[in-house]
Design a protein around this ligand. Structure first.
Ligand code: NAD
Length: 732
């Protein structure tokens, strides 16, 4: 069995068909490259063959490169992995260049055979880099197909000629969204932007017809012709100068310089634009090698691609529990969260009964879905018919009898144990004995809330993040008595609504909030210490956090912070460690600066609610110290308060899988994605170095930075988290 087959038709057109056995999507392996090259050689070498079509027997063309390719290239080179990678990449370039030159004389540019790509559906990554080396790209008129180069989203960049070819084909400005944002387009949009050449009913037939009439001049790529100029201009031209300057500023502004792939991509584009094509691809290969050798890219691929997908496919689902797909969902409470949960569920085709204490409130909750669909329609992401269908699935009511027949309930009423107990009892009287009951509480222990339900084995936490339609993580929390069927139900539900689940055990703030609250608190504590607020905010962003801690607390609101602080203090008593934080937080609340919703918080806002800059009243009350700390010191404090909490969550059994700890951190609260997550970052640093940093921070700032026992033990034994806890999930 081979990944590619070969056939020549009566008119002398050879078709190479990609069809990886046993997989629903083609992915490229090392053997795949060899097989493709052999067939290209065969077609080019056979005098009877007039041209070659490369297509796929599956509904899509290809989903990209098998990530083991990189690992195998590194391994094969022994103690020179970078050289192994570079040589491996150059072999791929050689093959693609062979397709592009197609046997023509490099001087006269004559004698080549036409090679066309025919894409039945999705073509991403190497699945588009191969077509880009062909002479013409035909795609089926399949609106579901995605065409593009999404590599940057997992911490690498298109390194099999995609970068060099696309910049020469479209120019740096038009190529920027494809390369720098990983933007995917459907075939029509891809044609409109020049990514592909034609959209056809039958792309193979269209490709064959084109081959039979193609002239020699049609086969010569613009960049192989004399006098070629990059569209929009090379760097040292008036137009090009502006483009490159702008692109550089834009990338640095967006990434704060923390993503090695974005910087390397820009360098490859800039340096490549100054030299002929064959030199440019060597430059691309060198920068790509550098990115692949950086531990950040391996960690990002592992968390954002491999482990995210593994969790979505049920890596932690209890074995042996039959399918628990949800058909009818009851949502209790039609407020901000309930309305969002109803929307994402109805969008996934699930019938929803949306309950609130007043009919108007329930209707308002349903109207949230109408609003989101209107937005989607205005962006052409949905149709009126889809909106009507979706709305027809949501029944807003105050009548608990409507919950009859539900197989899952998600409760999202006020965060008050009494109110929750009351609606739980009312619901239990209306539902069948098979229905699973979930609560969306953010702070109340699941095991306590389960007491209001007569079947604690069927009671679970399903914790969404706000805004529900945009946040991709769902935290599933097992109470002391939660059974396997409830866990499977929650996981199957999260799969249906296409989000990523993690399963954790029941403890204060579960996992995500447990780690993010100390981050916010550390930022506020620094204000009390007299550290300049811009230093705090920029230090966070320069280390890859999406929002500084002060902006984050403005977004989530100061009053919520005060509420959590009071509840935590009440629960912890004398051991409560955050008095210094409260001094700032409570003062802000006293000033009425409740955050963004009040258009006044740590930041100042204009009348329309637009953030203007840090509020100057802050330094009037908390004077900035004369001597300011070093940037790295601030960054270490902000990151270590989070990662140490993640380690403690693992140590105490709240987290049972470090993959969930990493994926959950990036998707749940945006923990520095370049690092691959808290555990990946500690592995990059090494446990020994991490313990050393903790000791310094503990001496300067107190016991919250004390290295957890687990970390100290790992430092002593020279262990890593992935080596010890998930050896099968090592970095790619
Ligand atoms: P909200 O105040 O916006 O909505 C609560 C809704 O519950 C209101 O519409 C209210 O009328 C309704 N309600 C109250 N008592 C009721 C009763 N007895 N019967 C029926 N309906 C009743 O609150 P929210 O922000 O949507 O939060 C809901 C839950 O989700 C809370 O447990 C909260 O901790 C949790 N949560 C909130 C967030 C967040 O960011 N807001 C995030 C995760 C979890």
């Amino acid at each position: 069995m081979t990944d590619f087959t070969y056939a020549v038709d009566a008119e002398g057109v050879a078709t190479i068909t990609w069809d990886v056995p046993g997989k629903s999507m083609n992915v490229m392996s090392l053997e795949g490259f060899d097989a493709l090259e052999a067939l290209i050689d065969r077609g080019l070498g056979d005098a009877e063959v007039k041209g070659i079509v490369i297509t796929s027997a599956k509904k899509d063309f290809a989903g990209g490169m098998d990530l083991n390719v990189v690992a195998r290239m590194k391994e094969a080179a022994g103690d020179a992995p970078a050289q192994g990678l570079f040589d491996g990449l150059m072999r791929i370039h050689h093959l693609l260049r062979k397709i592009e030159r197609a046997g023509m004389d490099p001087k006269t540019l004559k004698g080549g055979k036409p090679v066309a790509a025919a894409l039945p559906g999705t073509a991403v990554g190497i699945g588009l880099e191969i077509p880009l080396a062909c002479h013409r790209i035909f795609a089926a008129d399949n609106p579901k197909a995605k065409i593009g180069l999404p590599e940057i989203l997992v911490g690498i960049f298109p390194g099999s000629g995609g970068t060099t070819r696309l910049v020469r084909k479209l120019g740096p400005i038009a190529a920027a969204p494809v390369l720098l944002e990983g933007k995917l387009s459907n075939p029509k949009a891809a044609k409109a932007m020049g990514l592909i050449d034609e959209v056809a009913e039958d792309p193979v037939a269209a490709a064959k017809a084109w081959i039979l009439q193609a002239k020699e001049a049609d086969l010569v790529k613009p960049w192989d012709q004399k006098g070629f100029k990059i569209p929009g201009g090379a760097p040292y031209t008036p137009g090009g100068f502006m483009n490159f300057l702008g692109a550089n500023a834009m990338v640095m502004g967006r990434t704060m310089g923390v993503y090695p792939a974005a910087r390397a991509l820009l360098s490859a584009v800039y340096e490549g634009a100054l030299v002929p094509f064959d030199v440019a691809i060597r430059i691309e290969a060198r920068w790509f090698t550098q990115v692949l050798m950086n531990p950040s890219s391996g960690a990002m691929i592992r968390s954002l691609f491999l482990n995210k997908e593994a969790l979505e496919k049920g890596a932690v689902r209890p074995k042996g529990v039959p399918d628990q797909t949800v058909t009818k969902l009851g949502v209790l409470g039609a407020g901000m969260m309930g309305a969002g949960i109803a929307y994402v569920s109805a969008r996934a085709g699930i019938e929803v009964v949306l309950i609130d204490s007043a009919q108007e409130a329930a209707e308002r909750g349903k109207a949230h879905s109408a609003g989101l669909m209107d937005k989607a329609i205005s962006r052409r992401k949905a149709t009126e018919a889809q909106k009507e269908e979706l709305l027809a699935r949501i029944t807003p009511t105050t009548d608990y009898a409507a919950l009859k027949g539900c197989d899952l309930i998600v409760e999202a009423v006020f965060e008050d144990p009494k109110v929750k107990a009351e609606v739980t009892a009312k619901t239990e009287a209306a539902i069948g004995a098979d229905c699973i009951f979930a609560t969306n509480t953010s702070t109340l222990p699941i095991s306590e809330l389960a007491k209001a339900f007569s079947r604690p084995g069927d009671f679970i936490g399903i914790h969404f993040f706000s805004p529900v339609d945009r946040m991709m993580l769902v935290e599933i929390i097992k109470g002391a008595e939660t059974g396997d069927r409830a866990v499977a139900k929650a996981l199957d539900f999260v799969r249906q609504i296409r989000k990523t689940p993690i399963v954790v055990n029941d403890a204060r703030f579960f996992y995500a909030n447990r780690c993010i609250i100390p981050y916010i608190n550390e930022g506020i504590r620094m204000v009390a210490e007299g550290i300049a607020p811009p230093l705090i905010e920029n230090a966070a962003k320069l280390v890859g956090m999406p929002l500084g801690p002060l902006q984050l607390v403005d977004e989530t609101s100061i009053d919520l912070g005060v509420k959590i602080a009071k509840a935590t203090k009440a629960a912890m008593g004398a051991g409560y460690p955050d008095g210094a934080v409260d001094e700032v937080l409570f003062w802000m609340a006293d000033q009425g600066r409740m955050g963004r919703k009040a258009k006044a918080g740590f930041y100042a806002y204009d009348d329309a609610g637009k953030r203007e800059g840090l509020w100057d009243g802050l330094s009037a009350r908390f004077a900035e110290a004369e001597a300011q700390p070093d940037l790295h010191e601030v960054q270490h404090r902000l990151l270590f308060v989070q990662v140490l909490e993640a380690v403690r969550a693992l140590e105490t059994g709240v987290l049972t899988d470090i993959r969930e700890g990493d994926v959950g951190a990036i998707l749940g609260w945006g923990f520095a994605p370049w690092s691959g997550g808290p555990f990946s970052w500690l592995d990059i640093l090494g446990a020994g170095k991490a313990v050393e940093i903790c000791r310094g921070l503990e001496a300067a700032h107190g016991p919250r930075f004390a290295a957890p026992k687990l970390l100290v033990e790992m430092a002593e034994k020279g262990e890593s988290f992935y080596g010890r806890f998930a050896p099968e999930a090592k970095a790619a």
